[in-house]
Design a protein around this ligand. Structure first.
Ligand code: PMV
Length: 351
């Protein structure tokens, strides 16, 4: 038998949504209740590095090691990704019988994040995007990033947006089987290359309420959420795509802040309520407001995901103002860690 080890390595970056995904249409297929848009951060700063390998010499069963610890692969999300990728490889093998039958071999996945896992820093997004791309590369699949985004989506919704750099939309789709719920590129990073993101780590601790259980409770109990779906998100989607197209930072920033506020208001309107932002997060909101007031125009935008950490978007030309303001305003605030990604002043966007 062929005991060769087949191997492929890849990295996938973190993305931070500016119009948020919050709510599942179908929990099994992991399709969303609404469209979303994100900005992909630089691979240099926040990324998952993943190596996928397979071999007949491996013990039976697939395995995954994340940051040096073995991770249970029996979960439905991971299984869905493995199953989909194997099916695609099997189709390639059926078309060309001279190819090795990799689809039948045990998979070994080894993954490293260079940032805290599950701290509201979209670690699952980079993680599942890297897992899917590493296996797709290992299997030499012909699939486009949009086609692979359908697989990554089944691992973690937001992961489908990390298959692209730059400004990325995830279209909720309408089909029952989820086959049109995929990501596409709104604009490459080079379209608006002076965009920057500052990551402020309020807490590197694991988040309290997982996004999956949080969003299901919001969908089931929040009255505000209905208006978010019918009114707020459709408007924000149109405005953010227009702002990106026109490189209109003030519009981009206002939509980003309003959408984050709308998402966290729906969390607070969930019964019982969910609070991801803390006092430190709110200090960051006030700091951004005071930066914009002093500038006399909007030069900074905050956004928060399912955790207390803040991401501030700004343009390179305002970097010294933004960093200076945060050094002064947040210097006396407790709760900000000086290590990890918080120590990186500027996270550059990637192509
Ligand atoms: O992909 P998940 O299940 O980790 O959910 C992510 C949800 C938010 O980060 C809060 C919003 C988003 O669009 O990324």
């Amino acid at each position: 038998a062929d005991n060769k080890i087949y191997r492929a390595s890849t990295t996938a970056p973190v993305n931070i949504a500016v119009v948020k995904y919050w709510g599942k249409r179908d929990v099994q297929l992991n399709t969303p209740t609404n469209d979303s848009v994100s900005v992909t951060l630089s691979q240099d700063d926040l990324r998952t590095l993943t190596t996928a390998s397979c071999s007949a010499s491996y013990p039976a069963g697939d395995s995954l090691v994340l940051n040096g610890e073995s991770f249970d692969v029996s979960g439905a999300r991971t299984q869905a990704c493995f199953r989909e990728l194997r099916a695609r490889r099997a189709a390639v093998e059926a078309a060309d019988p001279s190819l090795p039958k990799l689809s039948t071999l045990p998979l070994k996945i080894v993954s490293e994040n260079n940032f805290p896992t599950a701290a509201g820093l979209a670690s699952s997004a980079a993680g599942f995007a890297a897992l899917v791309r590493a296996i797709a590369d290992l299997y030499e699949l012909p699939d486009s990033p949009s086609e692979l985004s359908i697989v990554a989506r089944q691992g973690s919704g937001s992961a489908c947006r990390s298959l692209f750099g730059g400004y990325v939309a995830w279209r909720a789709g309408t089909k029952e089987d989820g086959s049109d719920s995929m990501a596409d590129l709104v604009a490459p990073a080079s379209h608006w290359p002076d965009m920057r993101a500052l990551i402020l780590v309020a807490s590197a601790a694991k988040k309290g309420v997982s996004s999956t259980s949080g969003m299901q409770k919001t969908v089931a109990t929040s009255g505000l959420f209905k208006g978010r779906l019918t009114d707020v998100v459709p408007r924000n989607m149109a405005l953010i795509e227009e702002a990106i197209k026109n490189r209109d930072f003030a519009q981009f920033a206002e939509v980003t802040m309003r959408d984050s506020n709308s998402f966290h208001a729906c969390c607070a309107d969930t019964y019982p309520p969910i609070f991801y932002m803390n006092d430190t997060s709110r200090a960051a909101v006030r700091a951004v407001e005071s930066i914009n007031e002093q500038a006399g125009k909007t030069i900074a935008a905050y956004t928060f995901d399912a955790g207390p950490n803040c991401v501030v978007y700004y343009l390179q030309e305002h970097e010294s103002t933004i960093l200076g303001a945060f050094a002064g305003v947040l210097g006396g605030v407790t709760g900000w860690t000086a290590n990890g990604v918080g120590a990186k002043p500027a996270v550059q966007l990637d192509e």
